[in-house]
Design a protein around this ligand. Structure first.
Ligand code: F6P
Length: 498
């Protein structure tokens, strides 16, 4: 079963959406809310972990019908089934796309069970101190050495779940900038530090350079034999790991059917697993699986990732909005946008379709943002009064983790106020000063979770993964390769040799 290869612009629904857009362009959401009192109820969806209020979008029920028709005409259902059934949907790299199989405990592949078991035993030994350093001391610090998907996902999740963290200090080295490496090493003691070298390919220049520098630093104080207790690796390239000197019992396997930017669920998440403990890591996987089930089985009109993906296509292709902002109202998600940028932009930043033809419509939007309320005192002016249309996702936790009700009340009030201000602007107010007028009519989604937990975070991340999939599937692109990063690598090597 391959992915369908339908140019979305050749469908009936695309033409209808074009006509419909002409009518909708001048319709304001202020009017839509005034004429439909139950709009919020009609345009909200929920699982038991994540809910979405998409009422503040420039759509009517007819827009939704047409967008769903587009999903049907482009055979999104076939694409979803192909992904979950393990079809080779990453055709350009001849690979399956099965990160969802890493979190399906009911139908888990034996090799995944084995690796999870290895992660469980190893993380437990590091946490309880039975895995000792070369002088007999327990590990206090973990350094993840990796870049892109081998860094962004784990770093983001470890930060996001720091409330659940144990005593271990976790650091992330990604950039090949030697100054950054030295700054981190300065803080570390070779006797009590564990290095996890994470590279799916084990050929990535930055990661191998950093790992080599770290090993040299380590060997200035410790003997060659000590490498065994202090260096572990996560990779598909087991022979390269062995050549680096890492023992098989400290090598964690991943598979080519897990894309780098979707790999935090695999052993790539080992640093997170050590930081929060295996049982929390398992909850993260289970939360993601709940969203997988929702995505796989819900009708399109009730399907959170499908609706998010369709809205994205609506704005990017019809309103010609080139960017989308994501504003999590929790500091725990301070690394979320960096992670999402890779997940989305490395996936859908494509301009050739699945038939090999040059694309004449828009594919992946620019994704950007920062945490609220910080964003309110930085760039949000442009969202409210700038000339660009920037659909925005607000992510909000209903309850905080440490209590501090007064802070949480302020945080929630600010988040909701922003969605309201973007929607209504100063509509209905008599403002003489044109500089103080807010037009409103700016679209936003409100994504709510009760409380940030391993499970709810897992669901939230899986929701965005599937949204990205929906966009790529409908837009007829191959979302799972990343040839666009290769030319720069080649030229950098040429530059180095000259
Ligand atoms: O160059 C881009 C990329 O291949 C990403 O897709 C990937 O996440 C990153 O590099 C790191 O790759 P690796 O895990 O193989 O070191």
């Amino acid at each position: 079963m391959a992915l369908p290869k339908i140019n979305p612009t050749t469908t009936q629904s695309w033409s209808k959406l074009q006509d419909h857009f002409t009518a909708m362009e001048t319709v304001t959401m202020q009017t839509l809310f005034a004429t439909q009192t139950d709009r919020k109820e009609c345009m909200s969806l929920a699982t038991d972990l994540v809910s979405l209020d998409f009422s503040k979008n420039r759509i009517t029920s007819h827009t939704l019908d047409l967008l769903i028709q587009l999903a049907k005409e482009t055979k999104l259902d076939t694409a979803i089934a192909a992904q979950f059934n393990g079809a080779v949907i990453n055709e350009t790299e001849n690979r399956q796309v099965l990160h969802t199989a890493l979190r399906d405990f009911d139908a888990m592949k034996p090799e995944v069970v084995n690796t999870l078991d290895q992660m469980k035993r190893f993380s437990q030994a590091v946490i309880d101190g039975s895995h000792k350093g070369y002088t007999g001391k327990a590990i206090t610090d973990i350094v993840n050495i990796g870049i892109g998907g081998s860094d962004l996902g784990p770093a983001m999740v470890t930060e996001a779940l720091s409330f659940y963290k144990n005593h271990l200090n976790v650091h992330y080295i990604s950039n090949v900038d030697g100054d950054h490496v030295c700054e981190i090493l300065q803080k570390l003691d070779t006797q009590t530090t564990l290095f996890i070298v994470v590279s799916k390919t084990f050929t990535t220049q930055e990661t191998l350079t950093n790992a080599t520098t770290v090993r040299e630093w380590f060997l200035q104080q410790a003997g060659e034999k000590a490498i065994a207790q202090h260096f572990v690796a996560v990779s598909t390239n087991l022979s390269a790991v062995a050549s680096f000197g890492i023992l098989p019992q400290y090598t964690f396997t991943m598979w080519d059917w897990v894309g780098g930017r979707f790999s935090l669920w695999s052993a790539v998440g080992l640093s997170t697993c050590c930081a929060i403990g295996y049982s929390n890591f398992e909850l993260l996987l289970k939360g993601a699986h709940k969203m997988d089930c929702h995505f796989k089985s819900s009708e399109f009109s009730q399907n959170i990732p499908v609706i998010l993906g369709l809205l994205s296509i609506w704005y990017t292709n019809f309103f010609k909005a080139e960017t989308q902002a994501v504003l999590p109202y929790t500091q725990y998600l301070s690394k979320f946008v960096d992670y999402l940028q890779q997940a989305s932009m490395e996936s859908n930043g494509k301009s050739v379709d699945r038939n090999g033809s040059k694309i004449t419509y828009q594919t992946g939007p620019v994704v950007w943002g920062n945490t609220g309320t910080n964003a309110q005192h930085a760039f949000i002016q442009l969202l409210h009064q700038g000339t660009l249309l920037i659909p925005t996702d607000f992510i909000l936790c209903k309850a905080s983790l440490h209590g501090k009700k007064n802070h949480q009340d302020i945080l929630v009030a600010n988040c909701l106020a922003q969605t309201q201000a973007l929607l209504m602007g100063t509509h209905g107010e008599d403002i003489a000063n044109p500089y103080k007028v807010f037009q409103g009519n700016k679209p936003s989604n409100l994504i709510l979770i009760d409380q940030l937990s391993p499970e709810s975070l897992g669901s939230l991340l899986a929701m965005y993964e599937h949204k990205i999939f929906v966009e790529g599937a409908i837009l007829n692109i191959y979302s799972f390769d990343q040839f666009g990063v290769e030319l720069g690598k080649k030229l950098a090597n040429k530059q180095l040799r000259s």
